[in-house]
Design a protein around this ligand. Structure first.
Ligand SMILES: Cc1cc2nc3c(=O)[nH]c(=O)nc-3n(C[C@H](O)[C@H](O)[C@H](O)COP(=O)(O)OP(=O)(O)OC[C@H]3O[C@@H](n4cnc5c(N)ncnc54)[C@H](O)[C@@H]3O)c2cc1C
Length: 535
């Protein structure tokens, strides 16, 4: 364990929280609310998590700002003014900083401190936690380490030989990057690429995009928020939140109960066109069967492909940009001018689906024997999602068993908040919870509330140790899979399945259905934390 002196004089806490993004902050606030002493450790030199790290051009949320925000304080909801339909990264970071100041959270947050290991002591009933800056102990360990925080850069041969500058979208330099006059490569075409490519193309002398799998993307139609929209939401913010929480993704994607396959083609296209004009992720709820029936899904997929063909002038490029997988099974993207960017004379597309990137060379990127010379490479290659940040910490539970060993065939949790054999360890938006298939700020808040309530319950009932019963965990893992298998989600190689990281077990990680999930969590709590062993 680490030997460097701790920054804080205090080294024993009721709870240690790892991570100071949306999750860590609200968790700290809730812990204080139940009188629990807590310390938050954060690797970064600032708070904000995703919104601290992802400073690439065009970074913004794709859940609308009025929803992608905390609801624990009515005053906060009222006083904060979002300026755009989809807030930019700087605006979201300002919001998080404001929350930290308004609720005086910073005094319990230690920055620049990565947690390296956490070992449970059966004898002492405490977690022994090794950070880069000293060791601490805590009765409870709460991992708020983020689903999309462990940056993934594939091990391309020669990756480190490149003579120019390289960047990962999720580790963007704070001062920004000026690509003026440069030849730039962007590797990857997921959400971050789709947001950044149009802006990088405006600056660069030439932009070459390396695409393995094209993404479906729906226009954002981003705009300043109309005062009337804000007034209507704020006049009943609680009601707005409640109604959204009842929707499958915990976000205001207006459901349409009609089936695509029972609708004639003209009417179907009218509905798709209407959703396209509204813009955003709500496109996926255009019809009730899109995520359950491949034939229904194909009608939406083909609508988007037709849009791509209409926007992109070169038919060969349009074809390459047209996804073949079912729509929604990889994270749906939201863009501003993405497809039209490929009409620019300074943008080219290299399809690496069949001829993968052979190597990064000192001068560029080599594909099928052709070296594409560039001055800078942007890796928009995403994350080791959901489990990456958790498994990067050497976590050992009861009897010294490692989390890595327990999850060797894929993550196993009860409700996505705990994993059997790791007493008093909680995970916020862990695998097996709606997490990345929900509006994540409400999902994070629901977990923080549930964990705080659970800890208050254990205090009131003199309970020292909370650990899921293996049978409850097995049943939950089975249920998560059963639900996923009813949908089209497992049908393609997505990061929801861990398919973007070589060697990662192929397991569908998020739970589909926010309202059902919340009801289950509430029921478990109401039944005295049914399925958990409390002692
Ligand atoms: C570019 C981008 C756009 C997104 N847009 C949306 C959106 O529109 N809507 C949506 O719902 N979700 C979106 N997400 C998902 C987003 O991650 C969540 O919405 C939310 O920010 C997660 O908050 P968090 O606190 O759980 O995790 P994070 O914000 O990832 O914070 C986790 C923190 O833990 C720290 N950490 C990790 N390991 C350690 C360790 N061992 N020791 C110390 N600290 C550690 C990390 O440094 C990080 O700061 C987006 C994600 C990305 C990457």
């Amino acid at each position: 364990m680490a030997t460097a002196p701790a920054v804080s004089a205090k080294t024993d806490f009721d709870a240690v929280v790892v991570g100071a993004g949306f999750a860590g902050l609200v968790m700290l606030h809730r812990l204080r609310g139940i009188g629990t002493t807590a310390r938050v450790f954060e690797t970064g030199s600032g708070i904000g998590g995703t919104w601290f790290w992802n400073r690439y051009p065009g970074a913004r949320c794709d859940i609308e700002s009025l929803e992608y925000s905390y609801q624990f304080s009515e005053e906060l909801q009222w006083e904060w003014e979002w300026t755009e339909r989809y807030a930019t990264q700087p605006e979201i970071l300002r919001y998080i900083e404001h929350v930290a100041d308004r609720f005086d959270l910073r005094r319990d947050i230690q920055l620049d401190t990565r947690v390296r290991a956490a070992h449970w002591s059966d004898a002492e009933g405490r977690w022994k936690i090794a950070t880069e800056r000293g060791d601490v102990t805590a009765r409870f360990l709460i991992m708020a380490t983020g689903c999309l925080s462990s940056a993934n850069i594939p091990a391309f041969p020669g990756r480190d030989s490149f003579a120019g500058k390289t960047y990962h979208t999720g580790r963007w330099p704070h001062g920004g990057v000026d690509f003026t006059g440069q030849r730039v490569a962007v590797i990857g075409t997921g959400s971050s690429a789709i947001q950044s490519i149009p802006l990088i193309a405006e600056q660069a002398a030439h932009l070459t995009v390396f695409q393995r799998t094209p993404s479906y993307s729906i226009p954002a139609h981003n705009a300043p928020l109309a005062p009337e929209t804000v007034r209507v939401v704020k006049s009943d913010y609680a009601g707005f939140r409640q109604r959204n929480a009842q929707q499958p993704f915990g976000a205001n994607f207006p459901p349409n109960m009609v089936l695509a396959l029972q609708t004639d083609a003209t009417e179907r296209d009218r509905v798709y066109e209407q959703r396209w004009q509204i813009g955003g992720l709500g496109f996926i709820t255009s019809f009730a069967d899109l995520l359950f029936d491949r034939n229904a899904n194909e009608t939406a997929a083909e609508f988007v492909r037709a849009k791509i063909r209409a926007i992109v002038r070169d038919p060969a490029v349009a074809e390459k940009l047209s996804p073949k997988q079912v729509i929604g099974c990889k994270r749906l993207c939201v863009d501003t001018g993405y497809f039209a960017t490929f009409n620019r004379p300074n943008v080219s597309l290299v399809d690496v689906s069949e001829t993968p990137i052979e190597a990064i060379t000192p001068r560029g990127v080599r594909v099928a024997g052709v070296e594409h010379e560039v001055d800078a490479i942007v890796f928009a290659t995403g994350y080791d999602a959901m489990t990456g940040a958790l498994l990067a910490v050497d976590i050992r539970g009861s009897g010294g068993r490692t989390l890595r060993e327990k999850w060797a065939a894929g993550p196993r949790t009860y409700l996505g908040v705990q994993t059997a054999g790791f007493p008093n360890l909680f995970v916020i938006t862990g695998p097996g919870s709606p997490s990345v298939l929900a509006n994540m700020v409400p999902a994070v808040e629901q977990h923080a509330n549930w964990i705080a309530d659970c800890l208050a319950y254990r205090r009131d009932h003199g309970i020292a140790r909370i650990d899921p019963q293996p049978a409850a965990e097995d049943a939950w893992v089975g249920h998560v899979n059963d639900v996923a298998n009813l949908t089209v989600f497992p049908s393609c190689n997505s990061w929801y399945l861990g398919a973007n990281v070589p060697g990662k077990p192929r397991v569908f990680m998020p739970y589909i259905g926010f309202p059902t999930y919340v009801a289950k969590c509430d029921e478990v709590a109401a039944k005295g934390y049914e399925g958990f062993a409390l002692s």
